[in-house]
Design a protein. Structure first.
Length: 450
């Protein structure tokens, strides 16, 4: 790889403001020996412990070599009295590390053969939903005993054969109110990742806002007291990392991803975005899919047509846009749902990237929230709009498919969901930057995998 291609273009605004000796935190992705002999989909919990330990040790050894060479290079450049910091992220599941760089040392770091990519440690943010009220829809959903999203996707039909049992869905979000009745026994693991990347065990599990609990409810929630089903895969396991609590960065997110790998995630749900476009995040997604058999499902953003959000716009992200419910049982892509065609001149493999990949119900979505007091009473459920609400529908559907087809690879799952999706303009219009490949058709995807 050309050394210049290893440096993220997101560095440009930072480098323009930095002096030659100014320091900035960066993320380094490096090559490490892959795990050999993965079982179907590479589920970490099915690997022998020794196999993972060998991979960890190899990754840490490579990181140490990079650190030693970088330290020596930084001394040669005049930083002997104030050495630049370098530390690995997680326990070695992801071959990533944080490092202090200056414009001068960045050039030395990129020359190291084991370095794959260097990214600025930029801020991450929640893809913010809107809270809404739909009294008429509420009456209709309680009559049907399912949310309109579950009805639209024909989820009850899939429940006859699969409910997502034994599938681990990691949710990297604002946390979760695990004591909610709709999430009873569903949250199996919980951790808080602070702005320094430290893992903090917290009990009971809590939500910094409402977003994470709402997302978890759509993935694996049960029923309300009135018998309304809200979750796509009600028997899936939830592994929740609070990565959106306060001032958080890319390092926080990567620590959460590493934690999810170590806990045996099959799917990772990310309803979040980065401040700057980051094409090199594709390297992380590639590790998840190819090395660990984990499906990353990412919101494309709420910035309207013509815009997209990283990391959902990475070429290998499985990104999700939102549809809304219209009168007469019709649906359309919601006005806020992002989508764009990204052109990269000179890149023969990924010169044109069209996002999102698929769309799913993401407006008027009813799910659980932490108990919230208002002048009108205390509420435990709410409607929200956003691609953040569409993404957990897709994560839940993937859990249903994985549970029913345990030998299907992540590539098999993605291909089935894309190929069976329904585009209003017909298959000749797929993919476009509004509908992607189309609206999910989970039952058809299940048949395609069987």
């Amino acid at each position: 790889m050309n050394p210049e291609n290893k440096i993220s273009p997101a560095f440009e605004p930072f480098l323009a403001e930095m002096g030659q000796d100014d320091k900035r935190d960066a993320i380094v992705i490096y090559e490490a020996p892959p795990i050999e002999g993965l079982p179907p989909r590479g589920r970490l919990r099915e690997l022998k412990k020794r196999m993972f330990q060998v991979q960890q040790q190899a990754a840490i050894r490579v990181a140490a070599e990079i650190f030693d060479e970088y330290h020596e290079a930084s001394q040669d450049l005049g930083y002997e009295d104030e050495p630049l910091e370098f530390s690995t992220i997680g326990a070695g599941a992801l071959p990533v590390a944080t490092v202090e760089v200056t414009p001068k040392t960045l050039e030395a770091l990129v020359e190291q053969p084991n370095v794959v990519a260097i990214l600025p440690n930029q801020k991450i943010h929640l893809i913010q939903p809107r809270r809404i009220e739909y009294s008429e829809l509420f009456t209709e959903e309680n009559k049907d005993n399912v949310t309109w999203g579950l009805k639209q996707l024909e989820i009850p039909k899939l429940w006859e054969t699969t409910t997502g049992e034994n599938i681990n869905v990691a949710v990297l979000d604002t946390g979760v109110y695990a004591a909610h009745p709709a999430l009873k026994k569903r949250v199996k693991e919980f951790v808080v990742i602070d702005s320094l990347g430290r893992r903090i065990n917290a009990s009971p599990a809590f939500d910094y806002g409402q977003h994470g609990t709402h997302v978890c409810g759509t993935i694996a929630g049960g029923q309300t007291s009135k018998g309304l089903s809200i979750g796509v895969a009600p028997q899936a396991n939830l592994l929740v990392a609070g990565v959106l609590m306060g001032d958080t960065t890319l390092r926080t997110l990567l620590e959460g991803i590493s934690w999810a790998i170590e806990r045996g995630a099959d799917i990772i749900n990310m309803s979040l975005g980065l401040s700057y476009y980051e094409p090199l995040f594709a390297e992380v997604l590639d590790i998840l899919v190819r090395q660990y058999g984990i499906l990353p499902v990412v919101a494309i953003g709420n910035e309207n047509h013509g815009n997209t959000s990283s990391p959902g716009n990475a070429y290998n992200a499985f990104s999700v846009g939102a549809i809304e419910k219209l009168p007469d049982n019709k649906v359309d892509v919601a006005f806020f749902s992002s989508g764009a065609s990204l052109v990269f001149p000179g890149d023969e493999l990924n010169g044109l990237v069209t996002k999102p990949d698929v769309v799913a119900p993401g407006a008027q979505v009813y799910s659980c929230i932490p108990p919230t007091k208002t002048p009108h009473g205390t509420y435990e459920y709410n409607y929200m709009d956003g691609t953040s609400m569409a993404t957990p529908h897709v994560a839940g559907v993937a859990a249903l498919l994985m549970a029913d087809q345990p030998t299907a690879s992540v590539a098999d799952i993605i291909n089935a969901l894309k190929e069976t999706a329904k585009h209003p303009g017909g298959s000749g219009r797929r993919p476009d930057n509004r509908w992607g490949w189309g609206l999910l058709q989970p039952f058809e995807a299940l048949k395609a995998l069987s």
